[in-house]
Write a protein that binds this ligand. Structure first.
Ligand code: HEC
Length: 150
């Protein structure tokens, strides 16, 4: 019991440190910060896909963590595309700045589906549906606002 509490405490401390680092990067290097948010998305999606494919047993806490990661990204991404970050080592499309309303709408859709997923996931079946719905919003934004990688 005590050990569990300690583990939870150190996990929380680690998460807090990570958040502090992310905030620090956001101010100095928005490109790195948004790419880190996206890497977090990618990692969460790998966990989700593992459960959807049955490679990992379904775990409600893990599924909720997947959506919480997405929600965190959705809430933070908007401010990480200042005008000054159009160029550099980035796959962000110039369309983000040409059609900011469209980009913001894609981001809002992603956040809304993630919140819906968190609320509606009860078991593997409901997770599959919600996870796929969020996945479509990832794809839609990348299609419109990310430069194709070779
Ligand atoms: C509202 C738009 C938007 C949404 C939604 C979105 N992405 Fe992205 N994503 C981007 C943009 C723009 C980039 C390029 C960022 C850059 O290079 O500056 C990117 C880059 C990435 C990368 C590459 C990161 C790297 O290493 O540089 C991954 C992985 C990724 N996204 C995964 C996801 C996943 C998974 C989801 C959904 C769970 C998602 N994204 C949702 C816009 C979005």
């Amino acid at each position: 019991m005590v050990r569990e509490k300690l583990m939870i405490r150190s996990a929380l401390v680690a998460a807090g440190l990570l958040l502090g680092v992310t905030v620090g990067i956001a101010q100095t290097d928005p490109i790195a910060a948004r790419q880190q948010e996206m890497k977090n998305n990618g990692q969460a999606s790998r966990i989700g896909a593992g459960m959807v494919r049955g490679q990992e047993p379904f775990d409600l806490a893990k599924a909720q963590q997947v959506f919480n990661t997405y929600i965190h990204t959705a809430d933070n991404l908007g401010k990480l595309f200042p005008e000054s970050s159009k160029t550099g080592k980035t796959a962000a499309s110039p369309k983000i700045w040409d059609d900011r309303a469209g980009f913001d709408a894609a981001l809002a859709k992603f956040g809304a589906e993630a919140r819906k997923g968190l609320a509606e996931t009860k078991d593997l079946e409901s997770f599959k549906i919600a996870f796929a719905a969020v996945g479509r919003t990832c794809g839609a934004c990348h299609e419109g606002f990310r430069v194709k990688q070779n």
